[in-house]
Design a protein around this ligand. Structure first.
Ligand code: CMX
Length: 139
């Protein structure tokens, strides 16, 4: 049911400041930057083999990512797992008694359909289901 790790989300104060570590020091490839208005974040994708690192920069002080950084500092924010048929996967989790933050999918970066589980289901790790959009840039 889980295909692979699609990306790892990392909360940062500034994409511009964080990016050179990944691109210059590690030599990974920067792919794209995008505003996800609905979630008040700017997102940068970095390719790391079959996985991606997704830098998340808050675009307003009331962004959930701004609150995360305020509470916990910069660092790993979520792990996103690739799935097909996301609505079915969400229903499966609900039937298994897993608390979902999203009981139906919403749009994430790259037009993907995404849904978050409550971190109490997974030892404090925020886990995202991620279903590629039909014409998404290989995200
Ligand atoms: N890691 C661990 N725990 C987290 C967390 C994180 N990153 N973010 C939130 N939580 C915890 C909260 O502390 C809270 O715990 P309690 O219920 O025990 O107090 C719980 O999860 C719920 O969090 P909340 O902020 O109160 O709930 P909301 O429903 O308002 O929002 C969430 C939850 C995860 C959607 C939001 O906090 C968030 O991070 N939104 C941004 C999502 C994002 O990254 N979007 C960018 C694009 C995504 C993509 O395409 O990949």
């Amino acid at each position: 049911m889980i295909k692979d790790v699609n990306h790892i989300g990392v909360a940062v104060k500034s994409i511009e400041t964080a990016l050179p570590f990944y691109t210059e020091t590690l030599g990974l490839t920067f792919e794209a930057v995008e505003n996800v208005e609905s979630q008040r974040v700017r997102v940068a994708f970095i390719k790391a083999g079959n996985c991606k690192i997704e830098l998340l920069e808050p675009t307003s002080p009331d962004s959930p990512v701004a609150k995360f950084i305020e509470k916990r500092g910069e660092g790993i924010h979520h792990v996103a797992l690739s799935v097909d048929n996301i609505e079915d996967r969400i229903q499966e989790m609900i039937e298994k008694g897993i608390p979902m933050i999203d009981s139906t999918s919403r749009k994430g970066a790259g037009g993907a359909n995404i849904a978050f589980m409550h971190p109490k289901a997974s030892n404090g790790v925020l886990v995202e289901f991620c279903e590629k959009a039909a014409k998404q840039h290989d995200n």
